[in-house]
Design a binder for this molecule. Structure first.
Ligand code: SF4
Length: 377
């Protein structure tokens, strides 16, 4: 299939009748999609992922046959893919998302099918007129029936007002996250705003982050940021510091081209850039460092992490900064949400969904210390 040009994209229309829809009955809140790793952990599908047996987060996605009405250039769920096939068959962050009845998901967790592995559940919203109301229904039922597993909301600010955040808090949401993804106004506009005929607005996303800080408070809100969509290391880390300064955390994703997306031909993030940003993000979020103490070259690449050398070496040797970042489970600085292979293949792992071994750390060191930027190491 040819990738549609930006000019070919149709304007937003909700409830567009579509003869190509083959699964009209599978819609939230009766049905949800879940990540492949969550479905394996729950025993819904057989399988095993490279070097990791399970995930500690049950990542759910609201689902509708007519799909997401936004058109983000890097996303496998984007509206322009209507031509492709069933919405529920589309890949998202590189993996398939099987669909199941919510009843069955809840029953399986209550029966212990996950063997107690889930430390968190997450509801991902999409841009759809029913997404808010259905998120309320899914959330209310979960906190009533499975109160021991805290819930994160991966929100879609475009359809939300501050009252909706308050309502989710009242219904028991533990952490509220905004998928800002694009860290500069220009990249945001080009990849998920007017540039791709998509409804999202950079200012409104920041408004939602401010609401989240106010409603959920320190350590209970965060933002998804994608590294490698044309921003500099300096730009993404400045945003990370701004969010940390408000009391939130940063969940960092490596840009890795999603099959079928408008950016499928873009190169994946430069490995050195990614490793330096991962390390600096960890320093900002968990190691007491600050953006103002970091130094950058004229291309915005980090040359000094602003920490004593011994402390920096110890952080790298621990490997924790290079693990998947996201909402916490039992440990504050280790994400329950490990999203196995959501931003890379298994042969060159960008976000490690498990603790790193010595050979992994040796490879990460080589990637940080690339030829162009010695990074003071
Ligand atoms: S980091 Fe994971 S659990 Fe947290 S909001 Fe993002 S997808 Fe959900």
């Amino acid at each position: 299939m040819d990738t549609p040009m930006i000019d070919d994209v149709q304007p937003i229309r909700f409830y567009r009748p579509d003869y190509r829809i083959k699964t009209p009955e599978m819609r939230s809140p009766e049905y949800v999609q879940m990540s492949t790793a969550a479905a394996i952990t729950l025993g819904l599908i057989p399988g095993r992922m490279h070097r990791t047996a399970c995930t500690h987060c049950l990542n759910l996605l609201v689902t509708y046959p007519e799909g997401c009405r936004a058109n983000c250039a890097y996303c496998g769920l984007a509206r322009h893919r209507e031509e492709a096939r069933d919405y529920a068959d589309r890949n998202f962050i590189r993996v398939d998302w099987p669909t199941a009845r919510y009843d069955e998901v809840i029953e399986r967790v209550k029966a212990g099918s996950d063997r107690g592995q889930f430390e968190r559940m997450c509801i991902s919203m999409i841009t759809h007129p029913d997404s808010n109301d259905d998120t309320f229904v899914l959330l209310e039922r979960w906190t009533r029936e499975v109160p021991q597993v805290p819930v994160s909301i991966l929100s879609n600010p475009t359809t939300l007002e501050k009252d909706d955040l308050l309502r989710m808090r009242e219904l028991g949401a533990d952490i509220f996250t905004v998928a800002l993804d694009a860290v500069t106004p220009g990249i945001f506009e080009r990849t998920r705003g007017k540039g791709v005929d998509s409804p999202h607005k950079y200012e409104h996303y920041w408004r939602a982050i401010e609401w989240a800080a106010d409603v959920y408070g320190p350590e209970k809100f965060g933002a998804h940021l994608i590294c490698g969509m044309g921003e500099t290391e300096r730009e993404i880390l400045e945003v990370a510091q701004r969010i940390r300064g408000m009391g939130g955390h940063n969940h960092m994703f490596a840009f890795f081209p999603e099959r079928g997306s408008l950016m499928e031909d873009w190169p994946a993030v430069d490995r050195g850039q990614w490793r330096r940003v991962q390390l600096a993000r960890y320093i900002i979020d968990y190691a007491g460092g600050h953006f103002r103490d970091m130094r950058f070259d004229e291309d915005g690449r980090i040359t000094d992490f602003g920490l004593p050398q011994a402390k920096l070496e110890a952080l790298i040797d621990a490997g924790t900064p290079f693990r998947t970042s996201g909402c916490p489970g039992k440990a504050d600085d280790v994400s329950a949400c490990n999203r196995p292979y959501g931003d890379s293949g298994p042969t060159d792992i960008l976000s490690f969904p498990f603790a790193l071994k010595k050979r992994d750390i040796a490879k990460v060191r080589r990637q940080i210390d690339d030829e162009d930027v010695k990074a003071g190491l």
